[in-house]
Design a protein around this ligand. Structure first.
Ligand SMILES: Nc1ncnc2c1ncn2[C@@H]1O[C@H](COP(=O)(O)OP(=O)(O)OP(=O)(O)O)[C@@H](O)[C@H]1O
Ligand SMILES: [Mg+2]
Length: 243
């Protein structure tokens, strides 16, 4: 496949969120692990961006920093012109609840609630009408092929099914940015292709921006732009955005 290589700075699309010189370390009793080292990243509005990299390199950490869940030691995360970690708690809370959807690597579904209730949660937190939340959750669960499992609790779902419920939940509030950590990690090839097709459909129809962490070469091959996280920094490995 031939890709057009170009510089994101020169692409005429708006930057939705940007990381500038971000450092993130974890200090344990024995050592300090430097995960992100002056890492820079621009996510363009309306793109489907892939992040790849070896296990343990820091992909989940990167998504957590980008999604307002984990403050970096140094550097900025700028969303629509605001440095998210320097605006105070209420800004950060709103950013996380309204502007970002998160699909966690290990799903984080609430065990005592059904798939439908789990998907509805972000809307209920926003005080949306229950009937409106229910209608959208049912629509999204149908879109991810979970129409026959809506009344199941997470303990009664397979890994792939849980992942699809988590995607529906992440999309519930129509976030500006959907961050998904290995969203196809538990799916077979057919289900994975279907999920990527859905992501592309949502991207095309609603200009939904996605950042997807993936280990799958096949998934990376289906995305607009792919960056690799190596030694704490992001390097472009593929770009076929229309410019
Ligand atoms: N809370 C923590 N305390 C200490 N070290 C941590 C913590 N969270 C992550 N790490 C370490 O930071 C590094 C990056 O972890 P991270 O989970 O971001 O990697 P990853 O690229 O998502 O890996 P995988 O592909 O296996 O999911 C790893 O070496 C991990 O052991
Ligand atoms: Mg991870």
């Amino acid at each position: 496949m031939a890709y057009v290589m170009s510089d994101p700075d020169k692409i005429d699309r708006k930057c939705l969120i940007e990381m500038v010189a971000v450092d993130k370390s974890y200090a344990t009793k024995r050592e300090t692990i430097h995960v992100l080292k002056e890492a820079n990243l621009k996510v363009l509005s309306g793109e489907v961006l892939g992040i790849v990299g070896a296990s343990g390199v820091g992909k989940s950490t990167l998504l957590h920093v980008l999604g307002g869940l984990d403050q970096p030691a140094n550097g900025k995360v700028i969303f629509k012109g605001h440095d998210i970690y320097r605006q105070g708690n209420s800004f950060l809370e709103k950013f996380r609840n309204v502007h970002v959807g998160f699909v966690f690597q290990f799903f984080n579904l609430l065990p005592d609630f059904t798939a439908l209730e789990n998907a509805m949660f972000p809307a209920l937190i926003q005080n949306k009408q229950k009937s409106v939340a229910r209608e959208r959750a049912e629509y999204l669960l149908c879109e991810v092929g979970m129409q026959d499992r809506m009344s199941h609790k997470p303990g009664e779902l397979s890994g792939g099914e849980s992942q699809r419920v988590a995607l529906a939940r992440g999309l519930m509030n129509q976030p500006d940015l959907l961050l998904a950590d290995e969203p196809t990690g538990n799916l077979d090839t057919h289900a994975s292709d279907q999920l990527i097709e859905l992501i592309r459909k949502l991207n095309k129809e609603f200009n939904q921006t996605f950042v997807l962490v993936t280990h799958s070469q096949r998934v990376a091959g289906q995305l607009d732009r792919v960056l690799e996280l190596v030694c704490g920094k992001l390097n472009p490995i593929k770009q076929n955005l229309v410019i």
